[in-house]
Design a protein around this ligand. Structure first.
Ligand SMILES: Cc1cc2nc3c(=O)[nH]c(=O)nc-3n(C[C@H](O)[C@H](O)[C@H](O)COP(=O)(O)OP(=O)(O)OC[C@H]3O[C@@H](n4cnc5c(N)ncnc54)[C@H](O)[C@@H]3O)c2cc1C
Length: 439
């Protein structure tokens, strides 16, 4: 059976025009119909809706004026440049190269170059930046997180001063893009227990053999930070493999259902020769990688917060304009319950991430366990939040045009990368009980 809905004004007008029989609507008199119409029209949305605000506990008020300006620049860029075009790129599974020049300017203007952009902001503002990016698009955050946080981050953390001078300037201008390769086809969560990709030292340098999986940005990257097991010591080492080195093969992963804008690849290393000058001297064991993983997890927790925040704001805006039974669906109790649940999740995530970053700033170092708790907790809350939002949009919740479908899909990748929910849970479990439950 078809259902029709008419705007009230139109319906009232129609009723006055048409000469109705005494009991035209299945026993409902015109008087009763008039009362019904009156009661419906009295539930019209208020003239001035409260502003949509995913920062209910005003965490942004903790920023200084200067920091607030940077946060606003990020938000404006993401809303004005990214949001209008991103769904098309997501649908086509393409990266928006058109945005790279302006994105590079944005990063320079916000993160600065002191001495490199990677050192520009403290944990708190870096986290807020991740939240602002993911609030509009988790793929753009992920592109940035892999290039800037992981690839540039490795060179900044583990590289010599000479290596930093060699690679970081072009990378921070986004003229050279980076990827980061830890995961392998058969070694995912168990990376700490041993990588299969090997590095063998000889009189000319290093020879790398093996395979990597999932590497973000790899199809477009010039530089790849690759982790491999030194066959002589069985310890993990890191190398910068450059595009074009013989034996380095890149195979793009097609048809993903999440983060479709991010270009991921499987990689093959077939006797790839890497000079000693490309080995990052700061990586000598897996515990060094773990230090970087903790930093990355903290950022992902902020990005999850942004994803949930974006989903909440888009859902509220949709619910305020979507009419059913003659009123905005945001006026229904059950819809409000869903919206409040979403906002509660977002607020809890923001408060947790904020405190995590404040502690990292206070202590001068990030606690691995706190980063893992944030990743695990925010992952669950994000997943629940985007699912509620998707449901509140009804059928439109699976259409890209309303954005929430994209948040819903992308959340699944954030939930699993940078250490799965289970791995991060086990890290915290080990910290609070003193017992490792990994094996
Ligand atoms: C979109 C995307 C982008 C990525 N980008 C990169 C990248 O740029 N570079 C990179 O190196 N990697 C990247 N990854 C890889 C990512 O880090 C891994 O997917 C992740 O670490 C999990 O590994 P896995 O997929 O092999 O899952 P598996 O390790 O096979 O795990 C499967 C399931 O088993 C569970 N499990 C495993 N061991 C245990 C245990 N001991 N106890 C309880 N449960 C356990 C896991 O939690 C998970 O639920 C990316 C992944 C995705 C999806």
């Amino acid at each position: 059976m078809a259902h029709f809905s008419l705007p009230f004004a139109g319906l009232s007008h129609l009723l006055h025009q048409v000469k109705l029989p005494a009991m035209p609507f299945g026993g409902v008199s015109p008087q009763e119909l008039g009362l019904l119409l009156k009661s419906i029209t009295s539930k019209r949305p208020p003239k001035h809706l409260p502003p949509t605000n995913g920062d209910f506990y005003a965490i942004l008020d903790t920023l200084t004026d200067e920091q607030r300006t940077l946060q606003r620049m990020l938000r404006t860029y993401m809303e004005q440049r990214v949001r209008p075009v991103i769904n098309g790129y997501w649908e086509r599974g393409e990266f928006p190269y058109e945005l790279l020049p302006s994105f590079a300017v944005l990063v320079k203007e916000t993160f600065g170059t002191r001495p490199y952009s990677i050192n520009g902001l403290g944990p708190m503002l870096t986290g807020i930046a991740a939240m602002e990016m993911a609030r509009v698009d988790a793929s753009m955050y992920t592109f940035f997180g892999v290039h800037w946080g992981l690839a540039m981050g490795s060179i900044a953390l583990f590289g010599s001063a000479e290596q930093q001078r060699r690679w970081l300037p072009a990378m921070e201008r986004f003229e050279q893009l980076g990827t980061w390769s830890l995961t392998e086809p058969t070694v995912g969560s168990g990376a700490a227990a041993g990588l299969l990709t090997t590095a063998r030292h000889d009189s000319h340098g290093w020879v790398i053999n093996g395979e990597k999986k999932w590497c973000g940005n790899a199809p477009m990257a010039d530089l790849n930070v690759v982790f491999a097991r030194d066959v002589a010591t069985n310890q993990v080492k890191a190398f910068v493999v450059e595009r074009g080195m013989p034996g380095y093969h890149i195979e793009k992963i097609e048809v993903k259902t999440a983060l479709r804008v991010v270009q991921n690849a499987n990689l093959h290393f077939d006797q790839v020769r890497v000079p000693e000058a490309n080995r990052l001297p700061g990586v000598n064991a897996f515990r060094d990688v773990a230090r970087q993983l903790a930093l990355a997890r903290a950022l992902v927790a902020w990005a999850m917060t942004g994803t949930a925040m974006g989903a909440y704001e888009q859902t509220l805006e949709y619910a305020n304009q979507r009419m059913q039974f003659g009123r905005p669906i945001s006026g229904f109790q059950l819809v409000q319950s869903g919206l409040v649940h979403m906002l509660g999740n977002v607020t809890a995530m923001q408060a947790l991430c904020l405190r995590m970053s404040q502690l990292a700033e206070r202590d001068g170092a990030l606690s691995h366990e706190r980063a893992s708790l944030a990743k695990a907790f925010c992952g669950e809350r994000m997943r629940e939040t985007v699912a509620i939002g998707r449901g509140l949009l009804g059928g439109n919740g699976i259409l890209l045009e309303h954005h929430v479908a994209r948040y819903f899909a992308d959340a699944e990748a954030l939930y699993s990368y940078e250490g799965t929910h289970e791995m991060n849970t086990l890290i915290v479990g080990r910290a609070i009980t003193g017992m490792s439950a990994f094996l």
